[in-house]
Design a protein around this ligand. Structure first.
Ligand SMILES: Nc1ncnc2c1ncn2[C@@H]1O[C@H](COP(=O)(O)OP(=O)(O)OP(=O)(O)O)[C@@H](O)[C@H]1O
Ligand SMILES: [Mg+2]
Length: 321
């Protein structure tokens, strides 16, 4: 495997067996914000493509090992939804896959921006965007899928940051650097045995294999707003699980973005599948908490008091009083 980086030369890229016979490479640049993988936009004499390479580690934090075959999960996922009339319109087309170098070439969806903007105070949802997100999840959870890889190594990596690390009393992550006072607030949950037992059970459930194909990371940074509408990317955490997981994670981000409850209601009115509300809530609570006190922080616009009350709400979602 050739381990590429954002400074790899055009010559080096061109030497890889990814290109047409007479195709010339004209320029290369990072495609956007990314932590896990190398994601480049490559302009050639005939097209512009996105090159995504997974590595045996987290690109931004090379000391953290990660399963190198995660790019195959994306490939599998995109191939599966390619034949679905609805889902295919929301996803980049697969152009080429190279197993030796763990590289996936996908369609360039253009210079879209992700939806991390929803956390801003004055964000106004465009109805079309909101309905796109609803349509996508409806269509995804309707798919009948067999033989999807279990993606267990990625789930274990994720499990650590969803269910364990944020709740360790001594994890070496000083939350006061995120926001002064947050460390003390977090201790209440880190020392709550009953709550942590419930969380542990939920974590086991996350690691189990279910019946619905999930995106697995269905939150604003996986949605791109492009000239051709909303597109959904970054499917490396996909797995067969509880549909409630994607729903819960989604609603957690509604909370983190301080969206009115009516959005969730509308979303569920449009949602065409059955679900267990308590399980949606449990995953929702976990996602709120791990985003507030875990390592994967977001560009939130919440005061300390707002975070405190959200954490309490999240605890009650996981362990209703
Ligand atoms: N098909 C595409 N078309 C246009 N831009 C894209 C495409 N795929 C990715 N990008 C851009 O590259 C960024 C990173 O892509 P992606 O989220 O897939 O990488 P990642 O390394 O898995 O990121 P993360 O660290 O969030 O998991 C996206 O936010 C987007 O800006
Ligand atoms: Mg990713």
């Amino acid at each position: 495997m050739i381990d590429l980086n954002e400074h790899s030369s055009l010559e080096m890229l061109h030497s890889l067996p990814l290109w047409g016979k007479d195709e010339k490479l004209l320029s290369v640049e990072p495609a956007g914000e990314s932590n896990m993988n190398l994601v480049l936009r490559v302009n050639t004499s005939i097209r512009s493509v996105i090159l995504k390479q997974s590595k045996p580690y987290v690109r931004k934090f090379p000391q953290i090992l990660a399963p190198v075959n995660r790019i195959e999960i994306e490939l599998c996922y995109y191939q599966l939804i390619e034949d679905d009339d609805i889902l295919s319109g929301y996803s980049p087309k697969v152009i080429h896959y190279n197993a030796e170098h763990h590289i996936l070439l996908i369609e360039d969806l253009g210079n879209g921006i992700d939806f991390n903007t929803i956390y801003a105070k004055d964000y106004k949802w465009d109805d079309n965007d909101f309905h796109s997100i609803s349509r996508y999840l409806n269509a995804l959870h309707a798919l009948e899928v067999s033989n999807f890889p279990d993606n267990m190594e990625m789930k274990k990596l994720n499990h650590e940051h969803l269910f364990r690390f944020p709740f360790l009393e001594e994890n070496g992550f000083d939350l006061d650097i995120v926001q002064p006072g947050l460390q003390k607030i977090s201790l209440k949950y880190k020392t709550d045995a009953e709550f942590k037992a419930a969380l542990e059970l939920l974590g086991k459930r996350y690691l189990a294999i279910g019946t619905t194909l999930l995106h697995g990371d269905f939150y604003p940074a996986s949605w791109l707003k492009t000239e051709n509408g909303v597109k959904i990317i970054d499917t490396e955490f996909a797995y067969m699980g509880d549909s409630e997981y994607d729903l819960g994670v989604l609603f957690a981000h509604f909370d983190l973005a301080r969206m009115d409850e009516s959005y969730q209601k509308t979303f569920l009115q449009l949602y065409q599948h059955s679900y267990a509300e308590d399980l949606v809530n449990a995953y929702r609570g976990m996602e709120i908490m791990r985003r507030l006190i875990g390592i994967a922080q977001l560009p939130l616009s919440l005061t300390l008091a707002e975070k405190k009350s959200l954490l309490e709400k999240a605890r009650n979602y996981i362990l209703p009083q």
